[in-house]
Write a protein that binds this ligand. Structure first.
Ligand code: HEM
Length: 435
């Protein structure tokens, strides 16, 4: 009922999102998007260009300040490193005790709490216990959110389906309500204890911005307090689901390819050793870990399409006329599996990113992987996400040897959605120190 342009091919996507960036920077008014953050989401709403740009700038600068801030002790290079190392430590303890108790563990269930705690630390200045039911009921869900907002949700394109009862839609609405209530409660607590001279976290910094009643210098746009403070909903939502899905997929790939897991462990053992945690500064000396991360991003393409875009004016692309307000899907999966860009694209092979000696990552090939979008709507959490995934993985690889349960076959078929998840499963982890 609504025409959609689907863009594939690296050149075409770059032409649209980078060279004609402003023309393709809108979001379509889709039925399902109206329920996210009461329609006030930064990532999914149809905000006018000026309002969206001002909110994006605010979100980006809050995120940058609270991740690059100095750690509380000199052993950490920044707050992000401190949060991840501390959560990595709890995660190791948690997995170890679950293994002792149950003999197996569900990777996503535990990883998601650790990852959520990192963004909770930056957004709300607090963390939750691994068994905290309130947090678990928000983050440890089967993925109705991703299924409804993934490109091509039928009810967004065939309006009659909006009136037909759907259990997925019901769960989606309930997730959105619980999510908004959870954050609203924390924001209210922050307003009550806010102190201009002690900005504790991203929520405080957004409240501070409202108090100052700053105008955006470029566009003179005045936004409501709600539109400013609700930015924290986007940062928390985008910050936990994507990174935990990525780390969880990485563990699945290591179990599926044990020889690759051994190589990863050997590199960390030889470079970092077993006596201290890996740090961000180790990244340059761990090319195989870097190559593995790029290959998981490429091969899984767990964000197969970006969030849908829409044209902001009449435009044309590759000689085709595209009217204003046309919905546009960006096919990241196709670019990451294009045989014109990749040799044998369906094979999982981290070495494709390394030079022949295996000592360096080929930057040009790394940049061909499309996972964070491009241009004006490109992910604002990319640097944080890449650092976070690197540290979590390096910590897990250093501490554990992951295996599948005897006799079980791992199902790597992804479940379609905005972020594609692997099927929930149980694995084993043994401490390297006890091997
Ligand atoms: C592996 C992790 C991540 C991946 C693969 C990822 C990927 C993406 C993609 C594909 C988009 C949509 C781009 C488009 O529409 O063209 C996006 C948007 C966004 N991401 Fe990420 N992301 C990740 C982590 C994060 C993190 C950690 C944060 C923040 C803490 C974040 C915040 C956002 C926001 C706010 C947007 C909306 C930007 C806008 O609409 O202007 N992301 N991300």
């Amino acid at each position: 009922m609504r025409p959609v342009v689907v863009l594939s091919g690296s050149e075409t996507v770059r032409q649209a999102l980078v060279k004609q960036g402003d023309d393709f920077a809108g979001r379509p008014d889709l039925y399902s998007f109206r329920f996210i953050s009461d329609g006030k989401s930064l990532a999914f709403s149809t905000d006018q260009a000026g309002v969206w740009r001002a909110r994006r700038k605010l979100a980006y600068s809050a995120l940058r300040s609270f991740s690059t801030l100095e750690g509380t002790t000199p052993e950490y290079s920044c707050m992000l490193e401190e949060h991840v190392c501390k959560e990595g430590h709890y995660l190791i303890k948690q997995l170890n005790s679950v293994m002792k108790r149950d003999g197996s563990f569900d990777p996503f269930r535990h990883i998601v709490v650790s990852v959520a705690n990192v963004i909770c630390g930056m957004c709300f200045g607090r963390r939750y216990d691994h068994d905290d039911q309130e947090l678990l009921s928000l983050v440890n869900l089967s993925d109705e959110f991703g299924q409804v907002v993934g490109s091509g949700n039928p009810a967004d394109f065939i309006p009659i389906l909006q009136y037909i009862p759907s259990s997925t839609m019901k769960k989606f609405l309930s997730i959105n309500d619980r999510f908004t209530n959870f954050i609203q409660k924390i924001v209210t607590e922050h307003y009550a204890t806010y102190d201009k001279d002690n900005i504790r976290d991203i929520t405080d910094s957004l409240i501070d911005h409202c108090e100052d009643r700053k105008l955006d210098e470029n566009s003179n746009i005045q936004m409501s307090d709600e539109k400013i403070v609700s930015i924290v909903n986007d940062l928390f939502g985008a910050g936990f689901d994507t990174v935990s899905t990525f780390v969880s997929w990485s563990v699945m790939y290591m179990v599926t390819y044990p020889e690759i897991q051994d190589k990863l462990h050997r590199e960390i053992k030889d470079t970092v050793g077993q006596d201290r945690f890996p740090r961000l500064s180790d990244k340059v000396n761990l090319p195989y870990v870097e190559a593995f991360i790029l290959e998981v991003l490429r091969h899984s393409s767990f964000l197969p399409f970006t969030i849908p875009h829409c044209t902001t004016k009449n435009t044309s692309l590759n000689g085709y006329f595209i009217p204003k307000d046309t919905c546009v899907f960006i096919n990241q999966w196709q670019i990451n599996h294009d045989p014109n860009l990749w040799n044998d694209p369906s094979t999982f092979n981290p070495e494709r990113f390394l030079n022949s000696e295996g000592t360096e990552v080929n930057k040009v090939d790394g940049e061909k992987v499309l996972a964070f979008g491009l241009g004006k709507r490109r992910c604002i959490g990319e640097v944080i996400a890449r650092n976070e995934v690197f540290l979590f993985l390096a910590i897990l690889i250093q501490s554990f040897h992951f295996h599948k349960l005897p006799g079980e076959i791992l199902d790597m078929t992804p479940e379609y959605g905005l972020t594609m998840k692997h099927k929930r499963c149980h694995l084993r982890a043994t401490l390297r120190a006890e091997e």
